[in-house]
Ligand binder design. Structure first.
Ligand code: G6P
Length: 590
């Protein structure tokens, strides 16, 4: 969703900011803008892409600036609603991520006091409030303004004539990038990678004043010390590296991401997340991470016989009754910033003995709430559609399960050995890309599709459908194959292809029956099958073979196959694969 970048130093800020804004595009946005400081503040914004902003904006001289990519919430994605927003005199500019919940009351009051508003946004109250409190010291004015604001924010404020930025966070991430005679602020790391790998994560309630060679952070008016940390991601990680899309690059990075995640988990010295005395488990997540959690449930219940409740975070949050007490809660969130997930974690704090988060982003908000963090080593994921973070989450879950002391040692040893072969199993799927492309070409010609699966393959059906709909805009549904006869079968006909996830496990016979049922109604069938399968060629119209692996690991190889299927279907339809319309990588609103 919205992204923030700010710069203060000795270089011309505008080109640098435009480059950083393009690194924030992956968050999802619909308009963007920047403000360059100096004796006066020059603001330029537009409804559209960063490249259009770059092409249209005049040269704005100045070495201190703020920029923003906006994902519309309050008001349409127009140039007027884009950030930065300014006060009445255009001398204070603000970029903001988050939602000001009491903005209507504040706006009415400010209008009565003579302030003039031009946009429909909640953000615009911030520069006006700062203006109201400004008596020569911008830092104090920001502090006073924030005292009146309810809701969540990460802000960067620029005042005319100042060679500094004032920044603050509450509920939304904000990172200071530390460099030599220049400093930065950003909502997330990729925007900074080209310039520095030293960062300071602001805490909720922090206010920072940043100049070219100083950083001062206060909380409730008292100066606080925040640690400088090193980021191990590199600029190459956020470049396409010869691939046409980030999504394809990230799909191909999976053998490496899986290998690194296995190593990370094995080298961790922390005590097993799943100890002997766990009576029950809760798992909470959204989107693709929710599908990883569903797979975790199947495997935990099968191998450890611990009952697991998996919930979508937004549903968990809106239930009135108190959550059921749980020994351990596992939260999955690749970004560590999904608003629904963070709210759920706060609720879980009341009922869970321990909360473990599985995430890809060091320093993210979820890691600050959780008692224990398991890092997946996917590296930065730019494409909105999650791919390598999904399979790396699965690997981290398998590791948690396999390190549980109550698991039979012999079974454990065999599974650990097989887990180590997953990078090459995934590589085999990638080597089969041309077969998957052929199926995707066919799939791309339809407007509707069903993914079906049973057991551990049901969440893969959900994930396949999610991937396909979000990037190719083909309407797709994931369905438990046993539920076909309770409704979806009414839609089975020659124009609705069925993608059947059919590993060689206990669900196979039932899946064969389901495939026969849809074939009898002329639905074209693409079957994802184990390489040892000898039957499906005669049944299905098209077959995608994946390497033979133990049932619980089939989710990984099938996940990669459905990712490629969705990617190429979207490519054949000419879709903007990395930045699907209306969607965002990190969903920071509830
Ligand atoms: C967004 C992203 C998805 C992601 C979901 C949950 O919708 O586009 O790819 O699965 O958020 O994100 P999280 O960071 O909590 O895993």
């Amino acid at each position: 969703m919205c992204g923030i970048i700010g710069y203060v130093g000795n270089r011309q800020a505008q080109p640098l900011l435009l480059d950083s804004l393009s690194k924030l595009e992956y968050r999802g946005y619909d308009s963007c803008g920047l403000a360059v400081g100096g004796n006066s503040i020059k603001v330029f914004k537009n409804a559209g892409r960063v490249e259009e902003l770059r092409a249209a904006s005049p040269l704005l001289q100045g070495t201190v600036a703020i920029g923003h990519t906006r994902w519309a919430t309050h008001g349409s994605p127009s140039s007027i609603n884009a950030h930065p927003h300014v006060d009445c005199n255009g001398r204070i500019a603000v970029v903001h991520n988050g939602v000001i919940t009491n903005y209507q009351t504040l706006r009415q009051r400010l209008i009565i006091e003579g302030h003039n508003f031009v946009s429909e946004t909640d953000t615009e109250v911030i520069p006006h409030l700062i203006e109201k409190h400004y008596k020569g010291n911008i830092e104090k004015a920001v502090e006073a303004a924030l005292g009146e604001i309810e809701g969540s924010y990460a802000i960067a404020v620029l005042a005319a004539k100042d060679a500094k930025l004032v920044v603050a966070r509450k509920g939304c991430p904000l990172i200071i990038g530390v460099s030599d005679r220049e400093n930065f602020v950003a909502s997330d790391v990729p925007a900074l990678l080209e310039y520095t790998n030293s960062v300071i994560y602001l805490e909720n309630g922090d206010i920072g004043v940043i100049t070219a060679d100083s950083i001062k952070i206060t909380r409730d008016g008292i100066e606080v010390d925040r640690k400088e940390e090193k980021i191990f991601w590199s600029i190459e990680d956020v470049q396409k590296g010869g691939y046409e899309h980030f999504m394809l690059k990230e799909i191909h990075e999976q053998p490496r991401a899986i290998r690194d995640t296995i190593e990370e988990c094995l080298s961790s010295n922390s005590s097993p997340v799943l100890g002997r005395n766990i009576e029950n488990l809760s798992m909470v997540a959204c989107g693709t991470s929710y599908h990883a959690a569903l797979i975790g449930k199947y495997v935990i219940e099968e191998l450890l016989a611990i009952p697991v409740a998996v919930e979508i975070a937004s549903e968990f949050n809106h239930r009135r009754r108190q959550p059921i007490p749980t020994s351990t809660a596992i939260v999955l969130t690749q970004s560590g910033e999904t608003a629904d997930v963070l709210v759920a974690m706060k609720r879980l704090l009341e009922v869970a003995r321990t909360i473990v988060v599985i995430t890809n982003v060091p320093g993210s908000t979820a890691t600050r709430i959780a008692k224990q963090t398991v890092y997946i080593k996917a590296g930065p994921e730019v494409s909105v559609a999650a791919t390598k973070t999904f399979t790396a989450q699965l690997i981290a879950l398998y590791q948690l399960i396999l390190s549980c002391p109550s698991l039979n040692r012999r079974i454990c040893k065999r599974l650990v050995a097989e887990l180590r072969t997953m990078p090459s199993a995934v590589q085999q799927v990638l080597n089969n890309e041309s077969e998957i492309m052929d199926c995707a070409r066919i799939l791309s010609q339809y407007d509707n599709a069903f993914f079906i699966g049973r057991g551990i393959s049901f969440p893969i059906a959900l994930e396949g459908a999610l991937k396909l709909k979000e990037i190719s805009y083909i309407h797709a549904e994931g369905c438990a194959a046993g539920e076909l006869k309770h409704g979806p079968l009414a839609l089975a006909h020659k124009d609705v292809p069925i993608i059947a996830i059919t590993p060689q496990d206990s669900t196979y016979e039932a899946m064969v029956t389901n495939i026969k049922e849809v074939k009898a109604r002329d639905a074209p069938v693409i079957a994802l099958v184990d390489e040892t399968d000898g039957i499906m060629e005669q049944l299905a119209d098209f077959v995608i073979r994946v390497p033979h692996v133990t049932s619980i690991f089939s989710a990984v190889v099938n996940a990669v196959a459905v990712q490629l299927l969705a990617y190429y279907a979207a490519k054949y339809r000419g879709c903007p694969i990395d930045f699907p319309r209306n969607l965002a990588k990190s969903v920071t609103v509830e």
